[in-house]
Design a protein around this ligand. Structure first.
Ligand code: VNL
Length: 390
């Protein structure tokens, strides 16, 4: 009996080594996914969680013979909580990869943990340029505000907009949007009579919009984080700013696909620049949107969902390259330089900066089949983050 057990054990060991499996590989590969599932940024968490579930449903939960396990934690978008959760995931759960990061302060707070533990951190949402410099283990699959803002600063003066007031959320991505829009717009001969900043938490846009109305620029450029766009749009229209001849422009965060359809016809004609639209006309995107909506009671995927979906691809491909072995440095190496077709279009992880290189599209809100969409009308190809050359 004893002998038989030993022989069986040896047989299993031989089988395991023949298939290249070590004991460590029989442990699940753990992804510590930290998202704001409640609180002000909950829509971002919901979108990314749904996208990671869709990725796994479509691609399986086993990669190179290794079972993948996602451990989801809600940081309520408070960076102190993000940091504590990341610490616990690394120390107690021994996760192989950290991922998520709904807002910039969350991503920044986890940078040192990623570095010290040599754990790759895949930033799926946050979009301040400098995030990738917070740790050599950070890889980004979302976008950067400089990437999105410069395109619009080139478009605006060619389309009759000579004076533009900026209105941004007063933290990392907003300051990036303001700086990169303004610098480029001034360079192109435009005028920026005022730069306005609203608090990130519980913003009241009314006093700022009143000020814009009084200044009467050709356009108002807006950056607010995903989820806040509908409030801006509502107050912009309620104040009759459009009727006063002021156009609303911005990065695509303001006409977020998550909310756009509820904004009403007042949103028609709003021009934004961004890396993803649910209306992006490719077969890959059509398939993605249909599957996402089907799996989520008709919820339309937004740019956050795409950041999560592509983040999962980057993790899966890196794990494949290590033949299921993993290891922080090997995974990081496997993430660098990935090039693939995303639902957003072609995308590339720059091996040097670990940041995303992608197309930026100019889009206009139009009605298609009774629904509002950001319809792309121009593209700037393979845009690197302009923030990296500062
Ligand atoms: C950030 C940037 C967050 C863009 C966003 O929505 C967004 C960020 C939550 O870096 O904090 O749309």
């Amino acid at each position: 009996m004893k002998k038989r057990t030993l022989i069986q054990a040896l047989g299993l060991a031989a089988l395991a080594s023949a298939s290249g499996l070590s004991l460590a590989q029989q442990q699940p590969f753990k992804i510590g996914l930290i998202l704001p599932m409640t609180g002000q940024q909950a829509t971002t968490g919901r979108q990314i969680e749904a996208a990671t579930r869709l990725w796994i449903a479509q691609n399986g939960d086993t990669v190179a013979g290794r079972k993948v396990q996602v451990i989801l934690k809600d940081d309520t978008s408070l960076p102190d909580v993000t940091r504590r959760l990341a610490q616990e995931l690394v120390v107690n759960d021994k996760v192989d990869v950290l991922a998520g990061m709904g807002i910039t302060p969350s991503a920044m707070s986890v940078g040192p943990i990623a570095t010290q533990s040599k754990t790759p951190l895949v930033v799926m949402a946050a979009a301040t340029s400098s995030i990738t410099e917070a740790s050599p283990y950070i890889v980004r699959t979302s976008f950067t505000l400089p990437q999105a803002s410069v395109a619009l600063a080139d478009w605006a003066p060619k389309n009759g907009l000579k004076t533009v007031v900026t209105l941004v959320s007063d933290y990392g991505p907003g300051l990036d949007a303001e700086k990169f829009f303004k610098d480029r717009f001034l360079f192109n001969g435009g005028k920026v009579p005022e730069t306005l900043r609203v608090p990130m938490r519980n913003p009241d846009f009314a006093p700022f919009l009143q000020k814009v109305r009084d200044l009467k620029p050709d356009a108002l450029f807006v950056f607010v984080p995903s989820g806040a766009g509908a409030a801006v749009m509502k107050q912009f229209l309620e104040r009759g700013m459009d009727k006063a001849g002021i156009r609303l422009i911005g990065t695509g965060d303001v006409t977020d696909d998550d909310q756009l359809n509820d904004m009403g016809d007042g949103a028609l004609g709003v021009v934004t620049s961004h890396h993803y639209s649910a209306a992006h006309p490719s077969a890959a995107n059509k398939k993605f949107v249909e599957a996402f909506e089907k799996a989520n009671k008709g919820l339309r995927p937004n740019f956050m969902a795409v950041g999560g979906y592509d983040g999962m691809r980057v993790i899966y491909e890196a794990l494949k390259k290590t033949n299921g072995k993993g290891g922080g440095d090997a995974l990081l190496a496997g993430m660098k330089g990935q090039l693939f077709e995303s639902p957003r279009g072609p995308m590339f992880i720059d091996a040097q900066t670990r940041d995303v290189v992608q197309n930026i599209y100019l889009r206009k809100v139009e009605k298609k089949n009774g629904q509002l969409y950001n319809v792309e009308f121009d593209v700037i190809k393979d845009v690197k983050d302009p923030g990296k050359s500062r």
